[in-house]
Design a binder for this molecule. Sequence first.
Ligand code: MRU
Length: 364
Amino acid sequence: MKVDGVAYRSIWREGDGAAVTVVDQTLLPHRFETLTIATVAEAIDAIKRMVVRGAPLIGVTGAYGYAMALAADPSDANLASAYDALYAARPTAVNLRWALDIVRAEMEPLAPEARAAAAFATADRLHAEDIRTNETMAAHGAALIREIWEEKGRSGPVNILTHCNTGWIACVDWGTALGVVYHAHDQGIPVHVYVDETRPRNQGASLTTWELGAHGVPHTLIADNAGGHLMQHGAVDICLVGADRVTANGDACNKIGTYLKALAAHDNGVPFYVVLPSSTIDWRIGDGVAEIEIEERAPDEVTHISGIAGDGTIVKVRLAPKGTKAANPAFDVTPARLVTGLVTERGVAKASREGLVALFPERG
Ligand code: MRU
């Protein structure tokens, strides 16, 4: 996607170099800066500090980090320990494990001296696949938006509510739920997006608004608690969210607050779709509420808020009294019964084991 007329990806490798460049998401929307990652330690740090974030991007960054680890030490011992270190960087997005599993499986049979170059090639392949997958998903999702527009008699925009950031900077390019929005907008379908602020890190307020603005998509920022009210009053035609992990039963784990939006959508008859690449499906588990370990993040993300001061510095200010105890579960699980459909690169599936297996019969 373009920033000030220049086409960017969220992560890229210059030629055959052993480093990658990423967009530093901790500075957006205030400053657009890039950062070079040249070691596995830097890759882990970038994932932990959310310099890079969003399930598909975490996966691709993990793959490049793994390649950097093997460039430093391609031994069997490091193949195992670098996997563990990267895997521990963030627990929820299954795309990380998916990418690390692919790199490890492809590197294991190789002689150590062949591993570094091969691992970078594998990471490049996952990078390219992510772009293709998102573009295909976006086309499937845009067909749903078109249907709604036709049902409305092509009158007014299709009002979409979204949560967190699911755009090109959360993936390599395009995005998941926002990829659908971009595709529909680019096809000339009038869309308007209600953007949940997405406390505590405010990915909606900071990142989604920045992306939509840059792409020229009409949008309105709302407080997290406003969605139910808007749905009750017919202001939302469809909810589109991404996911960090979807179980084989179709339960969707996504940014905290997604479940409440799904409940409100269900109560008001608003279609609720989750947009995800198949790398986000955790085929090993069924019941997401019982089986997904939810990342608990630092309490100061809740007790404080970040913003920009008049002099342009990014500051963190306290909201709660000193010493206030805060809990910060970063994700929640929306049970499949509340999900209208799962938009994947193979098409739209019912949120159920049968629905997913119909699209991915090799998993049946
Ligand atoms: O904690 P984050 O910002 O990494 O969480 C990201 C999300 O929850 C996104 O909605 C998600 O990764 C899905 S689609 C890119």
